[in-house]
Write a protein that binds this ligand. Sequence first.
Ligand SMILES: Nc1ncnc2c1ncn2[C@@H]1O[C@H](COP(=O)(O)OP(=O)(O)O)[C@@H](O)[C@H]1O
Ligand SMILES: O=C(O)C1=C[C@@H](OP(=O)(O)O)[C@@H](O)[C@H](O)C1
Ligand SMILES: [Mg+2]
Length: 182
Amino acid sequence: MKQFLKGCNLYLIGMMGSGKTTVAQILAPQLEYRYLDSDRLIEQVAGQSIPEIFAESGEAAFRELETKVLSELCAYTHLVVATGGGIILNRQNWSYLQHGVVVWLDVPVEQLYQRLAGDTTRPLLRDPDPMAKLRSLLDQRQSLYKQADVRVIVGPEDTPEQIATGVLAEISKILKDHTNQN
Ligand SMILES: Nc1ncnc2c1ncn2[C@@H]1O[C@H](COP(=O)(O)OP(=O)(O)O)[C@@H](O)[C@H]1O
Ligand SMILES: O=C(O)C1=C[C@@H](OP(=O)(O)O)[C@@H](O)[C@H](O)C1
Ligand SMILES: [Mg+2]
């Protein structure tokens, strides 16, 4: 797998709580890649936490930082990048993501809700009805997540390790298809 990827970056996309941050950290050492999280880089650049950025500067300012960080990190190779759930909203971001392999972690909303119950670090979920909010975000975003190169459907009992294995299996399928076409 490593030799076929040739250093090409992996970008994990998907809803909040789908496990991007968790799975990216498992995948990176398996590929001898470096793990980066766009949210953590944004926090470093801003010198503020994500909730602070949303509260003080608003979502639009957060999205600008997200694009800036993505544009800078995509200059590097050998990265597994955990993106933020909304990275797919900006068309310009796709021009960066498409330099790598884009992997969608597709997790049912019920699962996301269970995982994020009580979470205070995701400002978009500070809503009187977080379940309805998750459903409406997924409605708005699903067609964009579908643009990923690879979709990994996550079952309720799947561990992060099993999901990482699933990601590698799905990537190897598309790499094989590509090799067979050439
Ligand atoms: N496969 C899994 N099974 C159960 N809980 C998980 C799984 N993957 C992640 N989690 C938990 O769900 C929460 C959100 O995971 P995280 O990796 O931060 O998701 P994301 O970066 O996509 O928002 C965390 O508390 C994490 O420990
Ligand atoms: O879905 C979103 O719009 C967001 C997802 C978060 O990242 P995770 O997907 O890692 O939770 C973070 O970027 C921010 O709170 C906005
Ligand atoms: Mg994350």
